[in-house]
Design a protein around this ligand. Structure first.
Ligand code: NDP
Length: 279
């Protein structure tokens, strides 16, 4: 009998995780199945317990349950503790281990797939929600010259920066405070595009040779990347690589083998439009 895994979310129908993990399982010859489960908004914990009772071995967790998964896990990895959110659960006897692979996924996409080293670079992170929180520590580990966090609610960005301010490298604030500054890497970790809006970036933010990266992928990333293109970013990338890399990290945790993400990114690119392709 094959081992069972799932992704829990609400909504979850749009999730590419079943496609990704099925491809990993075939590639790595792992006897496992993976399904999407729509958990009721007020019934996340019950859905997890039911899945475990049915023999589930692990789960991915997506919007809006990452904080609830953090509360539910009875053991946490250090990166989940730092992020305050869990996107991967591993069920092992009575242990429900919570991990967060979003930061590792972003870093692998930036440094390996996009060959963009961060040491000594000036990095701007837009947004201070769950996704932003999960990537601050891994970004700082790469040794950037500066990490500035800008958010619509400035207090959230300031809190986030303060939380990680073991060095003077990280500061937080609002968008107005960015006037006159420029960055080598600008990461959009806001969900502004969902509301048909854009983070209000002052002109001159993109330094020569800079990379604009949107954690959203496909058409969802198009508005921000078009703005970055107009404002002079040299390179554009959406979050499809991050999506596959965070899944690869979860797969490694569950199965002990690391899949090759490149063919899976290429396969998904066949069904997800590339907003970074310049017209
Ligand atoms: P949250 O809801 O936790 O945070 C949303 C963030 O966006 C907040 O900082 C919020 O600011 C900001 N925001 C929302 N609307 C606007 C707006 N109109 N103008 C400016 N800022 C706005 O979401 P997450 O952090 O979980 O996710 C953020 C994005 O990252 C999503 O699009 C998600 O799809 C993507 N993501 C991609 C992943 C991948 O693997 N590619 C993995 C994880 C996330 P405020 O605090 O002021 O409300």
């Amino acid at each position: 009998m094959s081992d069972r895994y799932c992704v829990l979310g609400n909504p979850v129908g749009h999730s590419k995780s079943p496609l990704i993990h099925h491809a990993f399982a075939v590639q790595c010859r792992q006897p496992m199945s993976y399904q999407a489960i729509l958990a009721p908004i007020d019934g996340f914990a019950d859905s997890v317990r039911r899945f475990v009772a049915e023999g589930g071995r692990g789960a991915n967790v997506t919007v809006p349950f990452k904080e609830q998964a953090f509360q539910l896990a009875n053991r946490l990895s250090s990166r989940a503790t730092v992020a305050g959110a869990v996107n991967t659960l591993l069920f092992d006897g009575d242990a429900m281990v919570g991990d967060n692979t979003d930061g590792a996924g972003l870093l692998r996409d930036l440094t390996l797939n996009l060959a963009f080293p961060l040491a000594g670079r000036r990095v701007l992170l837009l947004g201070a929600g769950g996704a932003a929180r999960g990537v601050v520590a891994p970004l700082l580990d790469e040794g950037p010259a500066a990490l500035v966090i800008a958010n619509r609610s400035a207090a959230r960005a300031e809190d986030l920066a303060r939380h990680f301010a073991t060095t003077a490298t990280v500061v937080g604030g609002d968008y107005q405070a960015l006037a006159g500054e420029s960055f080598d890497l600008v990461i959009n970790a806001t969900s502004a595009s969902l509301a048909g809006e854009l983070p209000p970036l002052p002109p001159g933010i993109f330094a020569a040779g800079s990379l604009a990266y949107d954690m959203m992928y496909g058409d969802g990333a198009r508005p921000f990347l078009a703005l970055a293109d107009r404002q002079g970013a040299a390179r554009l990338a959406d979050g499809l690589g991050m999506l596959v890399e965070q899944a690869a990290e979860a797969f490694h945790l569950w199965r002990g083998v690391r899949p090759d993400s490149a063919p899976v990114i290429a396969m998904l690119r066949g069904v997800v439009p590339d907003p970074a392709a310049r017209r």
